[in-house]
Design a protein around this ligand. Structure first.
Ligand SMILES: Nc1ncnc2c1ncn2[C@@H]1O[C@H](COP(=O)(O)OP(=O)(O)OP(=O)(O)O)[C@@H](O)[C@H]1O
Length: 417
C-alpha cells in the first residue's frame, strides 16, 4: 500500500498548482469516495501550500443525514480541517427530486466557496462513477458530448469544481481507507435497485469479465473527449467564418452554412439556440435534426423559445416574441436574463418585449435591417402605455441596451475543453 499510496498522493497533487498558498474546498458526503478524497488531500496539503476547508450538504432527505454531517465534521476535525454543514430546505415537492437535489447542492457549494474565497472545490467522483455515467448515457444513445463523461474540471459561476479521483477505482479508495482504519458511511440508496445508477453498477460487475472494466471505459471517455474537443475547435472556426452576432441575434450566411459537415452544422445551430434563449441545456438532438432539415428546405422553424428564420442570404436565430411576451421587469433588473437597459428612467418604468404595438410606434425600424419578427422580441421601455424607448428599432431616446452574453461568449462556448 505504501508505494501505491505515494503514487496516489502524487496523482491527486498534480491537479493543484504548486503556486502560492491557496484554499481548496472539499465536498464530503461521508461516503467512501469523498472521505478518501478528504484524507488524500490532507496528505497533499501537508506537502504543498494548500489550506483545506471541508463542507457537507445536508439535504434533509434521510433521517440520518444531520448525524452524518456531524460525523463528517468530527472526522475533518481529527485531521485539523475546518468543516461547514449547509442545509437544503427548499424542495417544493415538485419535479425530479434527485436532479433538484444535485442542482441545489452545486448552488450551495458555489455560494459557500464564494463566501470563503475558495475558487476550487474538489469532488470525489471516481472511475466507477465515470463508467456508470458512460453506460447510462449509452442507454440514451448519446453522442461524443455525452459519452465524453464528466470533465476533470468544470466552472460553475466563480468556482471551479475539480475531480481529482476520476482515475481511481472505488475498490482502491476503499482499500486506502481501510488501511488507514477509517470507517465511511454507507448510503442505503447505493443499494436500492429503483435507481438506474445502482442497476448499471450491477451490470458493470457482469461486464468486468469481458474486459469492460471501469478503467477501460474511462479510456474510451478520454478518447471521445479528445474527438469532442477537436469537433469544438472546428465548429468555432466555422462559426467565426460563417456566423456573426447582430445585437441579440445569431446570423449565419446561408451559403456558408450549406457547406458545413452535418455535425458541425448541428453544433452551430445548437449553440445559437442556447445562446439566444439562455437555456442551461440544449434542445433534444431530434429537435435540432428537424430544425436542420427545415433550414435545408428553406422554411425555418420555432424551437427552444427561438425562431430560426431562413431568408435569401441568411439564417437568423432570434428570440421568439411569444416566449418573452409575458416577461416584464424594472430597468434595474436584467430582462430575459440577458439585457440590461439604462437611461433616463423614473420609478415605475417597465421593460417588456417591444411587440407589434410598440414597433409600429418606431418610425425608423425599417432602416435598421432587422426583420420584423426579430424586432418585436427585443426589449423596450414603457411608462404605463407610453413607449419610452426601443433601442434596437432606432428609437433609443437616450436609452442604451447592453447584452450580458456578448459575441465572445457565443464563439468560445463552441470550444469544449
Ligand atoms: N451531500 C453532499 N455533501 C457534500 N458533497 C457531496 C454530497 N453528495 C455528493 N457530494 C460530492 O459529490 C461527489 C459525487 O457524489 P455522488 O456521485 O453521490 O453525486 P451525484 O449526485 O452523482 O453528483 P453528480 O451529479 O455531480 O455526478 C461526492 O464524492 C462528493 O464529493
Amino acid at each position: 500500500m505504501r508505494r501505491s499510496q505515494t503514487l496516489f498522493r502524487q496523482a491527486v497533487a498534480a491537479h493543484f498548482s504548486p503556486g502560492p498558498e491557496h484554499k481548496i474546498g472539499v465536498a464530503v458526503s461521508g461516503g467512501g469516495d469523498s472521505l478518501a478524497l478528504l484524507h488524500i488531500l490532507a496528505e497533499v496539503a501537508a506537502e504543498m501550500p494548500l489550506t483545506l476547508r471541508a463542507v457537507t450538504v445536508d439535504h434533509g432527505l434521510r433521517p440520518d443525514s444531520a448525524d452524518e454531517a456531524q460525523t463528517v465534521s468530527r472526522l475533518a476535525a481529527e485531521l485539523g480541517i475546518a468543516h461547514d454543514t449547509l442545509t437544503w430546505k427548499t424542495w417544493d415537492g415538485t419535479g425530479n427530486l434527485s436532479a433538484q437535489a444535485r442542482r441545489a447542492r452545486y448552488d450551495l457549494l458555489s455560494g459557500w466557496a464564494l463566501r470563503h474565497s475558495i475558487d476550487q472545490v474538489a469532488l470525489g467522483h471516481t472511475a466507477d462513477d465515470q463508467a456508470e455515467t458512460f453506460l447510462m448515457r449509452l442507454a440514451r444513445a448519446s453522442g461524443a458530448d455525452g459519452l465524453s463523461g464528466m470533465p476533470v474540471r468544470r466552472s460553475h459561476g466563480h468556482v471551479t469544481f475539480v475531480r481529482p479521483l476520476l482515475d481511481q477505482t472505488r475498490a482502491f479508495l476503499r482499500s486506502y481507507l481501510t488501511a488507514k482504519g477509517v470507517v465511511w458511511i454507507d448510503d442505503p440508496t447505493n443499494e436500492d435497485p429503483r435507481y438506474e445508477r445502482v442497476r448499471i453498477r450491477k451490470a458493470l460487475d457482469q461486464l468486468r469479465p469481458l474486459g469492460l472494466t471501469p478503467q477501460v471505459i474511462c479510456e474510451t471517455t478520454k478518447n471521445l473527449a479528445a474527438a469532442r474537443s477537436t469537433l469544438g475547435w472546428y465548429a468555432c472556426a466555422e462559426a467565426r467564418q460563417h456566423g456573426r452576432i447582430d445585437a441579440g441575434d445569431v446570423v449565419f450566411s446561408r451559403a456558408g452554412f450549406a457547406t458545413l459537415q452535418p455535425e458541425i452544422a448541428r453544433r452551430l445551430l445548437q449553440q445559437a439556440l442556447v445562446w439566444v434563449a439562455g437555456t442551461e441545456y440544449p434542445p433534444r438532438r431530434r429537435a435540432i435534426a428537424l430544425a436542420l432539415q427545415a433550414i435545408r428546405a428553406g422554411t425555418g422553424m420555432t424551437l427552444n423559445g427561438c425562431k430560426v428564420a431562413v431568408t435569401g442570404q441568411s439564417i437568423r436565430v432570434f428570440r421568439e416574441y411569444s416566449a418573452v411576451q409575458a416577461v416584464v421587469t424594472s430597468p434595474e433588473n436584467l430582462w430575459d436574463g440577458r439585457w440590461s437597459l439604462t437611461g433616463p428612467g423614473q420609478p415605475g418604468d417597465k421593460v417588456r418585449a417591444l411587440g407589434t404595438d410598440g414597433l409600429s410606434q418606431c418610425p425608423g425600424w425599417r432602416e435598421v435591417g432587422r426583420p420584423h419578427g426579430s424586432l418585436v422580441g427585443y426589449p423596450s421601455v414603457w411608462r404605463g402605455d407610453t413607449l419610452l424607448s426601443a433601442p434596437h428599432a432606432d428609437f433609443g431616446q437616450g436609452w442604451a441596451a447592453t447584452l450580458l452574453r456578448d459575441s465572445d461568449v457565443f464563439f468560445d462556448a463552441l470550444l469544449v475543453h
